[in-house]
Structures are given as C-alpha cells and as structure tokens.
Design a protein around this ligand. Structure first.
Ligand code: MSP
Length: 653
C-alpha cells in the first residue's frame, strides 16, 4: 500500500522541550521526508500528553491551573517544532475535545467487549512514571526511576491484560519486526513470559483526566488516554474518521527505550481488546546523554534546541543527532562534538564540495553544467553503491551508517578533484584538457547532486539551497525513487553560488555554553498563583526594625524532600552531591555538609529544601535548591528534620 503513517510519542508538558525530545521528532521527520520524496502518501503525527497526576502536581507547584500549564508548555513544543521546520501533519493535545471523545469511545468498546471490569486496587503507584508497581511495601521504590511509590487504595476499573499473554507472545513471534531493535524485543518477550497481571485503567483520587464513560467519578488511566492519541488524531470513534481508515495501522511508531513496555505490551493489548488492527512496528531508540546521564529535567542536565538553532542552525542539530548517535543505542551530546562534526562534515565536507565545484563551473564554463567527454567510472560506481546502501540502511533506521556512506562519496569526490586538479587542466588551454575538465566537473557536480538528494531528509535547509544552486529548482519536487547516476543534464544553468555552511570557530562552543548556563541560572519566571488567598500586586510594605512581612516570607518556597542519592564531590572535602525527591521532580542539590554526614547515612532521609532558589554552580555541578541546616558557631551543620512522618513535597509555611 502506498501510504505511510509515522508517530512520535506525545510529550509530557511538565517539562519544557529539550534536545532529547527533539531527537525523536527529528528522526521521525527525517523518515517522513524521505517517504514523501519517494512518492509515498505520508502522515506524520506528534503532540503533547497533558493529563495525569504528574501534570496536576506540576501545575500546583507552579501556581497555575493544569489547563494553563498545559496550554503554555504545549505551545512551546509546537513553537519549537515549527521553528525547526518539522513537517508534522497533525499535533494532537490530549486535552482537546476530539481526543477526549475518541478515548471514551475506545474505553466503551473495550468494556463492551468484556475486557474491562470493576475491582479494588490496593498497591503502590509511581506518580512520576504514572505506573502501577508490583511492590507491596508502602514507599517501595519504583522499579523504573527509584522514586518512592505512593500507596493507593481505590475502587478502579481493570483491564484484563492477563487474557492477552499468549496473544502477545504469538504477535512477537509471528511479526518479529513488531519491536525493534532485537534487544528490546527480547526484553519485552521475557517480561510477558513472566506473567501479566490485570491493569488498573482508572483513577479516582484526582480529577485531571478524561472521565470514565457513565462513571465520571473516575478518570481514565493516563497511559490508556495517551496511547490512544495515535488513533484519536485520525478520528477513531468519531464521525470524521476518514483519516483513520486511510492511515491506520501505523507503519512506524518511534519511541525512547524507557516507554517500550507501554507501547509493546499495553498498547497492542488495548487494540486487540477493541478489535483494532495493530501497528506494523514499534521502533525504540536509546537515550541522549549529557554529562554522562540521560538528559532530563529532573537531573537538571538538559540542553535546549534553541541555543543550537541560534548559533549553528537546524541542519547542524539534525545532522549531528542522526550521524553521531548509532540509532537504538545511547549516545552523548557535547558542544565540542557538535561543532567538530559541523565543521568536518558540513562546513569542510558537503559545504566545501558544493562551493568549490559550483565556483569552478561558474569560472570555467560560464555557469552551465559542462558535457562530460566520458563517464568517470570509479566515482559513478561509488555513487551507485551509495544510493543503494543509503536506502537499505535508512529502511533499518541506521541513519548514521547511511550518512557515513554518503559522506564517503563526498570524500571520494574531494580526492578526485585534488587528483585531477581542474585548475591545472584549465591552464593548459588545449582540447583534450578542456574535454577532461568538462568530465571532471560534470562528475563532481553529479556526485554532489546525488549526495544532496540523499541527504535532503536529514539536512533539508542546506540541501534545498545547494539544489537551487545546481540549477535544479525545488528539491521537494524531486522524486527520489528515480535517483540514478547521469541524470544531471549538461547545459543546466547554475543558480547563484553562495556558501551554505559557514565555518564555526571556537567561540561558537563558548557562546552556546554560555547561553545554556544563563538559562540555568536565570531565576525562574515568578509563578503567578491563579487561585488562592492573595495575589501580590505591589511590593509588600517594609516592616520596621529590619523585620520582614509575611509576604516576604511567602516568597521562600520551603519543601519537604527525600534524599535519593548522596555522594562526595571529588576534590571538595566539604561538599556532597544529593539528588532530592520533591514529589514532582528530583533535584540535584550540592550541599556543604560532607563534614557532618557520611553520604550513605543520608539516603532515604527527609530534609527541608529551599525549592525556589535560583540555581548556581558549585565545582562545576549545578545546585538546584538549598538544603536547610542549623549551623552552630564553630560546629558542624545539623540538618533540619521532622519528628512525625511528612509526605514528600509538602510545603512549609
Ligand atoms: N508522555 C509519555 C509518552 C506517551 S506516548 C503515548 C512520555 N513523555 S516524555 O515527555 O517523557 O517523552 C518521552 C520521549 O521523549 C521519549 O520516549 C523519547 O522519545 C524522548 N526523550 C526525552 N528525553 C530523552 C533523552 N534524554 N534521550 C532520548 N530521547 C528522549 O514518556
């Protein structure tokens, strides 16, 4: 069938977008662009995941209503995708009416088919991962993120996941490409083989979600709500379901490896229960690491895409992510590596090949592609091989291998130009040299055309410009399926030749680092409470005797946190690096308490954190908050604590 439907996960709106989110979306955009160039009717979906307790609490912490927070953050994702020129066909938000209607229809269908029943759930729940956990002890750590789970006791609706164990195993065996790569498939198979318990698919302890049909005291479990986006965006369960009939099932559903279980176990089971066709394949990639850890808001180690776009442009980010990281595996981001790749492959590689080839054609042939006197076999053969291998690698999502091959052609043409020295041929001014000059420059330009066409889905902006400089018009109209050696027509008049990738100097690295540093240390925009007793509109009146008013005190956000990780900071005798759970997020805090406490005695301990302190760096580590301690004169610091048990995240006031 000549259609292709590709989806990204929908992103949580409790965090602003960073290049980890951009990574998946760029990979999907690249695949979608290639499919379109191959003439396939393509539909590309992305969006935001906006319900659930995590979002509700994040909104609370920011002093906003959930709708206000979701509107703001969702718009940021969309704005960034648009700035990067991502070619999504639809952007779904789970708070939209169209989605809610379809999700309720899906719930009803599964219930009518006998796979949803009412029962009682008592157990542990991880709010951060929105995940029911098999542990029995209150506060047991979540197996995914290590944060303490919360005990929930609810009358809930349950999904008969246990009824799908054999069907799922059959699916993984019959359709080996359902989960890629192989390592993820093996993990999922062993998880399912170990037995599946029924899954709670409603919650009644909070309300930020889609009401269960006919029982609005419950909201639908956020993962059932979120996964459904892939069909609700197409109109499933509504009158306007044309797109659903046209594009479903999805051809590729791309995700990060941490959400494999939801997509490869729950999602197909929900679909089977509703009698809906299954996606053709779920493709999981690895994590983008920064400073050796998964880039994430809770670790405070994110890099924003905007910084890279401002300094190097979209193509640089796209090329780096797809060339540097072996898709499926974890890969590290660093500004050094980004600039190095940019200079070596884009500025000195493709950019330089384009400008020298086109400049020589302008100079020696008046700006018209010369007629080759012969076919220069080696380059033509390399190009043919590259076209074939590029497609094969791309079909396997091996972007870095595909690009490596194409850039092998760039290097081969560079050598070819040096060996044939067109400038020397031009100087000879004899017929055979002139004929040879035509062959060399035609060959170079034709190889440039081929790399440009292949690379277009990855670096769309620069390739569109090179294509126009080659005198070929609009690249998006080019049919990639017809790409073959020798199609460049002699006599084609070149467009205006201009450099596409200016070299980046060392200051680019510093500039980007500084921009990110500033972003991290800038005080967060003041939260504007939407409800509550008092909105501060004017500076609080100063109280006499150097005393502060209650409004001044209210500016300090003190919260109960729980230490998850504590370790010494190398070469700093007084400092400990802590990861402190605040209920809605885990913060890194660097504290000068190493002389008072051994790190291992702190793990699990509840502490008081100044949560709205502007971040600062200590020994190169970002400290995101301050731990409260008594500091006796000349003595050691003593941490503030509680005699009674207090829930994590509680505000002190
Ligand atoms: N809302 C769920 C997904 C629901 S899909 C029905 C969710 N959202 S998320 O905001 O946490 O984003 C998850 C996705 O963002 C990951 O699966 C991955 O695609 C991308 N990434 C976020 N951080 C990333 C890295 N550090 N590295 C690579 N990808 C990352 O889970």
């Amino acid at each position: 069938m000549n259609k292709f439907y590709i989806t990204t996960p929908i992103y949580y709106v409790n965090a602003r977008p960073h290049i980890g989110h951009a990574y998946t979306t760029i990979a999907c955009d690249t695949v979608a662009r290639r499919e379109r160039m191959l003439g396939v009717d393509t539909y590309f979906l992305t969006g935001t995941d906006e319900h659930g307790q995590k979002i509700e609490r994040a909104a609370q912490a920011a002093g906003k209503s959930p709708q206000q927070l979701t509107d703001e953050v969702s718009a940021e994702f969309r704005k960034l995708w648009d700035r990067m020129g991502l070619t999504y066909d639809d952007f779904i938000r789970t708070t939209e009416d169209r989605h809610k209607k379809s999700v309720q229809q899906l719930f009803r269908t599964i219930r009518d088919n006998g796979f949803i029943y009412k029962g009682t759930y008592t157990g542990q729940y991880c709010v951060y991962d929105e995940l029911y956990v098999d542990a029995t002890e209150p506060g047991a750590p979540c197996p995914e993120c290590g944060r303490p789970t919360e005990t929930v006791h609810e009358e809930n609706y349950f999904f008969k996941l246990s009824a799908f164990q054999d069907k799922l195993l059959h699916l993984y065996t019959e359709q080996p490409d359902f989960i890629r790569p192989e390592t993820r498939r093996n993990e999922v198979m062993s998880f399912v083989r170990s037995g599946l318990r029924d899954l709670s698919v409603s919650r009644s302890t909070f309300s930020w979600g889609i009401p269960v049909p006919d029982d609005p005291r419950h909201v639908i479990y956020v993962w059932l709500d979120a996964l459904a986006n892939y069909i609700t965006a197409l109109g499933y369960g509504r009158d306007d379901d044309k797109l659903f009939h046209k594009y479903w099932p999805a051809d590729v559903q791309m995700i990060g490896k941490e959400i494999v279980r939801f997509h490869c176990v729950y999602w197909p089971a929900f679909l089977m229960a509703a009698g809906i066709a299954l996606p053709r394949g779920i493709v999981a990639h690895g994590w983008l690491l920064f400073e050796e850890n998964k880039m994430s808001k809770s670790r405070g180690n994110i890099v924003r895409a905007e910084t890279i776009l401002d300094v190097l442009g979209t193509d640089a980010l796209r090329y780096f992510l797809l060339r540097e990281i072996v898709f499926g595996q974890d890969g590290s981001f660093s500004f050094d590596a980004l600039v190095q790749r940019y200079n070596s492959d884009l500025a000195n590689g493709l950019g330089n090949l384009a400008s020298r080839t086109l400049t020589m054609i302008t100079r020696y042939f008046g700006g018209a592609v010369p007629t080759p006197a012969a076919v220069d076999g080696t380059i033509a053969d390399t190009a043919r091989k590259v076209i074939q291998e590029f497609g094969a690698a791309f079909d396997q999502f091996q972007f870095s291998r595909a690009l490596e091959g194409a850039w092998g052609l760039v290097a081969a043409v560079d050598r070819y130009i040096v060996e044939n020295a067109p400038w020397a041929l031009d100087e000879k001014k004899d017929e055979p040299s002139r004929a040879r000059l035509g062959t060399v420059l035609y060959t170079s330009a034709e190889a440039l055309r081929i790399v440009t066409a292949l690379a277009h889905p990855v670096i769309p902006e620069a390739t569109a410009r090179i294509w126009a400089q080659l005198g070929l018009g609009e690249i998006r109209k080019f049919a990639l399926s017809g790409l073959k050696w020798g199609e460049l027509q002699p006599g084609t008049r070149l467009g205006k030749v201009e450099p596409v990738f200016p070299r980046a100097d060392k200051s680019a690295i510093e500039r980007m680092q500084k921009m990110e540093e500033q972003e991290r240390t800038a005080p967060a925009a003041e939260a504007k409470p939407v409800a509550g007793p008092k909105v501060i509109t004017a500076p609080a009146a100063a109280a006499p005797d150097g005393k502060i008013t209650i409004d001044d005190f209210a500016k300090v956000e003190l919260r109960v946190g729980q230490v998850k990780v504590a370790e010494r900071v190398p070469k700093a005798d007084k400092l400990l690096r802590l990861e402190v759970d605040l209920g809605t997020e885990v913060r890194q805090v660097v504290a000068g308490i190493a002389e008072s406490y051994a790190p291992e005695t702190l793990v699990g301990r509840k502490v008081v954190i100044v949560a709205n302190l502007a971040p600062r760096k200590l020994r190169g580590l970002e400290s995101n908050g301050m731990i409260v301690a008594a500091s006796p004169e000349g003595g050691k610091a003593i941490l503030a604590g509680f005699l009674e048990d207090v829930p994590v995240g509680t505000r002190l006031k």
